[in-house]
Design a protein around this ligand. Structure first.
Ligand code: AMP
Length: 401
């Protein structure tokens, strides 16, 4: 059992991330990524035994081709093939059906299909990931587990998840807040409760996952009680290319007065807005941070991002009632951007949240640590590890079976 490992598959709309993790040894044996499916720059790269390898395809590829390459070539070559005892699949949307990770059955596949309406770019592709891995690994047909981005948020109460629309839109069409990044929020909050030595069921925190997509979650007694993403990952914080919260009437204005087609509006709000839209330059926070003082559009956009984030942290703090045990920063920006953490925390003095600049400068590039002053609510930077969480869930479910 000690050498047995889990294959983790994370299918994005035109990418695929994968890893092989030995859960008992908490060791990532193989990790890799394939990107640019739709053009001639498609590639797959992976790291095994600290050795990096890459294969270019020079043609369009798809998830099926990559899964075959991964399983039949990479897993064979690295001799990991025979150690895989289960496959964990990241699934973006589980609708209301799943409160935790589950073994994939026909019924589960049907439910994932049904939830595709809320994640049309992800769920159908993740179903391809499931069917292909069953096909290529038939001996693991009953050892496939679905881990949902939405399931951690199934504990949020009606007051947080219902929109003030005619109630039939929820009752009949299930339009409600589902949230996302659940695996990440769950992972970092568990880690934080361990680091601060507070039992998870008594642990209150505000978890900020800041990456290309950003979301923030209020966690009370270890459970999600509110989160910023909504029916889809478009709601909430200002993001890399997504607008986050806007007045819904803007959409009617674009449609009726500016004659922009509905598909184009969707593209504008999801791919052309956020930091990219505001700066007209990039959504990459490395560039934005380095040029904060050089370009007024960049400063303004970053200040808008910080304004949106600090307002959310402040509003979620009232949901904690007695005590906030921690503020957590994770995701590419949360883990690395000294500027975003500093400027956001500086706005939260009223909540007894104070930054230690020396520590803030030090904790980045994969380091874990506290970045607060002694008299402050603890502020933790924790690199997220959704793959490890998926592998853990998968392993535990398969072993319990
Ligand atoms: P993720 O989606 O979690 O991979 O995060 C991607 C975001 O993290 C991008 O906006 C990156 O620019 C940002 N990021 C990554 N590294 C850094 C860094 N060293 N400093 C600031 N932002 C970073």
């Amino acid at each position: 059992m000690i050498n047995k490992s889990v294959l983790v598959i994370n299918c994005g709309s035109s990418s695929l991330k994968f890893s092989v993790i030995n859960v008992l040894k908490k060791k990532i044996l193989l990790s890799g990524l394939s990107e640019n499916f739709e053009n001639k720059n498609a590639y797959i790269k992976w790291t095994f035994n600290s050795q990096k390898e890459k294969k270019n395809f020079y043609s369009k590829i798809d998830h099926k081709i990559i899964l075959k390459y991964l399983i039949n070539k990479i897993l064979q070559k690295t001799l990991l093939y025979n150690n895989i005892i289960a496959v964990g699949h990241r699934i973006v949307h589980g609708g209301e059906k799943f409160t935790e990770s589950v073994i994939i059955t026909k019924k589960v596949i049907e439910a994932i299909k049904k939830a595709s309406i809320f994640a049309p770019l992800h769920n159908p592709i993740q179903l391809i990931g499931i069917s292909e891995s069953i096909k290529i690994l038939p001996h693991l047909k009953n050892k496939q587990v679905a881990v949902f981005d939405t399931s951690f948020h199934q504990t949020i109460p009606e007051t947080s998840y219902l929109y003030a629309l005619p109630i039939k839109f929820y009752e009949k069409y299930k339009i409600r807040r589902y949230g996302a990044h659940g695996t990440s929020h769950k992972y970092v909050s568990k880690m934080a409760s361990k680091i601060l030595n507070i039992p998870l069921d008594k642990f209150n925190c505000i978890s900020c996952h800041l990456g290309n997509g950003s979301s923030i979650t209020a966690i009370k007694n270890g459970k999600s009680i509110d989160t910023s993403m909504g029916l889809t990952p478009l709601e909430g914080l200002v993001m890399g290319t997504r607008c986050g919260n806007i007045d819904p009437a803007i959409i009617f204005y674009m449609f009726n007065k500016l004659n922009i087609k509905i598909d184009k509006i969707n593209k504008i709000l999801t791919e052309k807005s956020g930091m990219l839209g505001l700066t007209h330059i990039t959504s990459d926070f490395r560039y934005l941070e380095n040029n904060y003082l050089n370009d007024f559009r960049i400063k303004r956009a970053v200040d808008i991002f910080i304004h949106s984030l600090s307002k959310y942290i402040a509003s979620y703090s009232i949901l904690m009632e007695n005590k906030i045990n921690a503020i957590i920063f994770t995701g590419g920006i949360g883990e690395n951007s000294v500027l975003i953490r500093e400027k956001t925390i500086e706005k939260l003095k009223i909540l007894n949240i104070f930054i230690n600049h020396k520590l803030n400068n030090k904790i980045k590039f994969g380091k874990i640590g506290l970045i607060n002053t002694n008299n402050s609510v603890p502020i933790l930077v924790i690199p997220t590890n959704e793959e490890l969480m998926i592998a853990n869930d998968t392993f535990n479910i398969i072993i319990k079976k």
